[in-house]
Design a protein around this ligand. Structure first.
Ligand code: SF4
Length: 442
């Protein structure tokens, strides 16, 4: 621990050794090379899956390339979201301003792709040169009749979490704009599921079997028109609470829609997500259907997990993900396949999430907030982890240290949510941890 930055010491704890409340939710310490992404990236990952919207990045091409196809978010219809448009700002615009270029880009793209709405993301350089993005968006909305929403997400203006908030603000401008729609009985919105590898389709199928109607998914397989009518649902079910809890709270205040936090990862949390919704609607019939569904799924899943569990029993895992709520589900899911979590951390966890993690983890587990590659590599070496679960930035840490890796971030193309996802997860963890390749590492 001597090599770690002193100012970060209260963001790292070891269960059973120093059990004080972890410091979290603050700006990254300068020089620590945080694994967090920028504000713009935070906004982009939340809004990206809205498939019939135009996403225009007002900034240099590098910002657009960095976030191109940033999620494995699938669409059942339009694919406009996968085209990463940018105004490609250069020296000329930095000196003379980029508003004209933005205006012309919007007009031609709207004419060409006929989107149902548009989001314009302001990046670092736009914050520096001071383009009036909101004024351009307003003008284009007036001239085209398409809602063009400015997303003021200059990369330097905070943390990735601030980007989430800004994206929720953009969604909030659309919610409630369809004033004629009436939602059918038992309608919910799913907030914070991004339909990675089609996960949302699996989840909505479960809810459909229980008699629950999915009104708007924000933002997996998202559509502008569905977001407009989201205020008519009876319940908001929030999966990635780090990114969407702010919007859920706002909708409660504005439209009186209650919300619940759920997770769709692992058997326990997935089943609870179904039971809690049935409980909310107070329907015995719905609860009965949920129980039947869970029973049916588990009768197939549990025997299938056995062979992986036998070989993974006692292996150790390190987890470093975006939100701590997901980390909680992962600890439970790994236990189910016999593995022990020795390191767990997140980029954007809050106090409540970390308290839950502390309660859940075994003695000796290292819990860390807003970590960096140096710390993570050190933790893995100290604890002798056999597996690292993280995202694109953690993958090289794992492979350089010669241990298995499982991608549980938004880029992944493998469904890991729901019952089917639990089996995929076990298969992937097993294939990586038990790969013969590790014996050749020096
Ligand atoms: S917005 Fe700023 S920090 Fe984010 S990718 Fe662009 S230049 Fe980098």
């Amino acid at each position: 621990m001597n090599t770690f930055i002193k100012d970060r010491q209260n963001q790292i704890l070891t269960k059973g050794k120093n059990d004080a409340a972890i410091a979290c939710g603050k700006a990254s310490v300068a020089g620590s090379v945080s694994q967090r992404a920028c504000v713009f990236c935070g906004s982009r990952v939340v809004l990206y899956p809205i498939a019939d919207a135009l996403h225009l990045i007002h900034g240099p091409v590098g910002c657009a390339a960095y976030t191109w196809d940033i999620r494995g978010a699938l669409s059942s219809g339009p694919q406009i979201h996968r085209l990463s448009f940018t105004t490609d700002l250069k020296e000329k615009e930095v000196v003379f301003g980029g508003e004209k270029k933005l205006y012309h880009a919007l007009i031609s793209l709207i004419e060409m792709y006929k989107p149902r709405g548009a989001f314009v993301y302001a990046t670092c350089i736009v914050g520096v040169i001071g383009d009036d993005v909101a004024a351009v968006c307003k003008r284009v909305t007036r001239e085209t009749g398409i809602d063009v929403i400015p997303v003021m997400s200059e990369g330097f203006s905070g943390t990735k979490k601030d980007g989430y908030k800004i994206a929720c603000g953009a969604l909030s401008k659309l919610i409630g704009t369809d004033t004629t729609f009436k939602a059918p009985e038992h309608s919910i919105n799913i907030l914070g599921d991004f339909n990675l590898a089609g996960e949302l389709w699996m989840l909505s199928e479960y809810y459909k079997k229980m008699g629950v109607n999915l009104l708007a998914a924000m933002t997996g397989d998202g559509r502008i028109d569905a977001v407009r009518k989201a205020h008519t649902a009876q319940l908001n079910v929030v999966q990635c609470s780090g990114s969407m809890i702010g919007l859920a709270k706002e909708m409660k205040e504005k439209y009186g829609i209650p919300f619940m936090k759920v997770s769709y990862f692992g058997i326990e949390d997935m089943s609870d997500a179904l039971y809690e919704v049935a409980k909310f609607f107070g329907s015995d019939e719905m609860m009965q259907k949920a129980r039947m569904l869970v029973k049916d799924e588990l009768s197939k899943l549990l025997p299938a997990l056995q062979k992986y569990k036998q070989e993974l029993e006692g292996k150790k895992a390190a987890i470093y993900v975006g939100g701590a709520f997901k980390a909680i589900s992962l600890v439970k899911a790994l236990r189910l396949i016999g593995m022990k979590v020795v390191v767990v951390g997140s980029q954007t966890g809050n106090q409540d999430d970390y308290e839950l993690l502390q309660e859940l983890c075994d003695e000796g587990t290292i819990i860390v907030d807003d970590s960096n590659p140096n710390e993570l590599a050190e933790f893995v070496k100290q604890t002798g982890a056999d597996l690292f679960i993280g995202g694109v930035k953690e993958r090289p840490i794992a492979y350089k240290l010669g241990l298995g890796f499982c991608d549980h971030n938004h880029e992944r193309k493998e469904a890991l949510a729901g019952y089917e996802g639990m089996l995929n997860f076990a298969k992937e963890v097993h294939a990586s941890v038990c790969s013969p390749v590790w014996q050749f590492m020096r």
